[in-house]
Design a protein around this ligand. Structure first.
Ligand SMILES: [Zn+2]
Ligand SMILES: [Zn+2]
Length: 116
């Protein structure tokens, strides 16, 4: 009989998409020339990469891809729509009043930055 209980102090994590065991966290993939580190939720590299391909949004500033599970700057346009920019000094301008956490095609923890 195979003993599968791990008594080591490494936390055994499983990909929440395909169930593959993850030996190391965060999962790191390279997408659109950016390194993406995801701790939570847990994905294996190939699932994370396919999520990136499905749910990435275009940066309104540089036109590059913003992968899911990363911080985004949010710009409100005059029409009330939202545009997203990278949370980098190059892309996140002083005009962006919001930032949030881009998830699976939707904005997670949405935080308004008070400009007082
Ligand atoms: Zn997976
Ligand atoms: Zn950008």
């Amino acid at each position: 009989m195979k003993q599968t209980v791990s008594s080591k102090n490494s936390q055994a994590a499983h990909c929440s998409e395909c169930g593959a065991e993850i030996s190391q966290l965060p999962t790191v993939v390279e997408f659109d020339r950016q390194e993406i580190h995801v701790f939570d939720p847990v994905f294996c590299a190939s699932c994370l990469l396919s999520l990136c391909e499905r749910y990435a949004v275009e940066c309104a500033n540089c036109g590059g891809k913003i992968p899911p599970y990363s911080q985004v700057g949010v710009l409100k346009t005059e029409m009330g729509a939202s545009q997203f920019v990278h949370m980098t000094t190059a892309c996140s301008t002083a005009g962006s009043a919001f930032h949030g956490y881009w998830g699976k095609g939707t904005l997670g923890e949405f935080v308004q930055v008070e400009a007082c």
